[in-house]
Write a protein that binds this ligand. Structure first.
Ligand SMILES: Cc1ncc(COP(=O)(O)O)c(C=O)c1O
Length: 321
């Protein structure tokens, strides 16, 4: 590694060419390099290509930060009160100052999407503990806010129409920090997702002790048993998903139950259906888990009705997602 591999404009090029050893089979987001996207960094709107974070940022060097991913539909951030509340709770739990108000952050979300001409987008709000000054201690530097956006149009209809496969991570996700914190350190989730890619799966599931299902790398898991919607309990140590809350409410309102329950992959034969949820993707049917078929192997009626109810509530009728 690090060997000189060529020259560009007379300068040595120390970066070896990328030679992917495997290509993921799962559907992947396609991001257009041409998209004239905007970001918000250190109090200013900047073209994404020109937006920079100092190399001594604690988020970069220490993973010392928190974030939210917010879906924007028709220019309006969805469920923003819930996202703001969770961001503040994350900040409180990791003792990070949060000087921004909900209207300010909501305006920034809408602002970068408007400038980027992306009415249908996902926005990532990242807050780090600011500058690293050679110590892990809090040196009183102001926190740094970075907001970026990307198009939500990569969400292929086939995900919703056909459903996806989920793998089971081969290692436990060990938490040193409260799982309610949406912390930027996603290396365990990345590693689980790389395993999923190798197996041609779209998502990866983490299990707790005694085979209890926690959540997926970036989503909440739901199963449908005897027509009733079930999801792992928060007390097991999972993120309180914003979409999870909305879907439990919709399930209850439509007579499909909607409650917490300890779920295990070994109980899969009892499930009729399963799905995953996240703010960006809404509900996506999960039709296989750990190589085994769930129900008929096709998106089931309860999942489909909840996808419709969620699309109706959020106005995502064009994507179903
Ligand atoms: C670990 C984890 N669980 C669950 C979720 C879903 O949460 P939400 O519905 O708020 O997007 C996410 C979203 O990124 C996540 O990273």
């Amino acid at each position: 590694m690090g060997a000189k591999t060529g020259t560009r404009g007379g300068m040595p090029d120390l970066v070896p060419p990328l030679t992917p050893t495997r290509l993921p089979k799962a559907p992947q987001p396609v991001v257009s390099a041409e998209a004239p996207r905007w970001a918000f960094v250190d109090g200013r709107y900047v073209r994404e290509g020109k937006a920079v974070v100092p190399v001594l940022d604690r988020g970069l060097l220490l993973g010392d930060g928190i974030f939210e991913t917010v879906r924007v539909k028709d220019g309006v951030p969805e469920f923003f009160d819930d996202h703001f509340r969770r961001l503040c709770e994350s900040a409180r739990l990791v003792r990070l100052r949060m000087p921004w108000t909900s209207p300010q952050l909501e305006a920034i979300c809408a602002g970068i999407c408007r400038r980027s001409r992306l009415p249908d987008a996902s926005v990532r709000l990242t807050v780090t503990r600011g500058a690293y000054r050679g110590t892990l201690s809090d040196t009183g530097d102001p926190p740094r806010l970075v907001a970026t956006c990307s198009s939500a149009s990569h969400l292929a209809r086939s995900l919703y129409a056909d459903g996806v496969s989920v793998s089971i991570a081969t290692f436990p996700r060990v938490h040193a920090i409260d799982p309610r914190v949406k912390a930027i350190a996603y290396l365990p989730a990345v590693l689980a997702r790389l395993e999923a890619d190798e197996q041609g799966c779209y998502e990866a599931m983490f299990l707790a002790g005694r085979g209890r299902i926690l959540e997926l790398s970036t989503a909440t898991f739901f199963a449908v048993r005897e027509g009733k919607v079930l999801t792992p309990p928060l007390r097991l140590g999972i993120l309180a998903g914003v979409t999870r809350k909305a879907v439990l409410r919709l399930a209850r309102a439509s007579g499909h139950g909607g409650r917490e329950a300890v779920l295990r992959p070994q109980d899969l034969p009892e499930w009729d259906e399963a799905f995953l949820t996240s703010a960006v993707r809404g509900l996506i049917p999960s039709v296989r888990l750990g190589g085994q078929r769930i129900g008929t192997g096709r998106p089931g009626p309860v999942t489909r009705s909840l996808i419709e109810a969620f699309a109706g509530e959020t106005g995502r009728l064009d994507t179903s997602g």
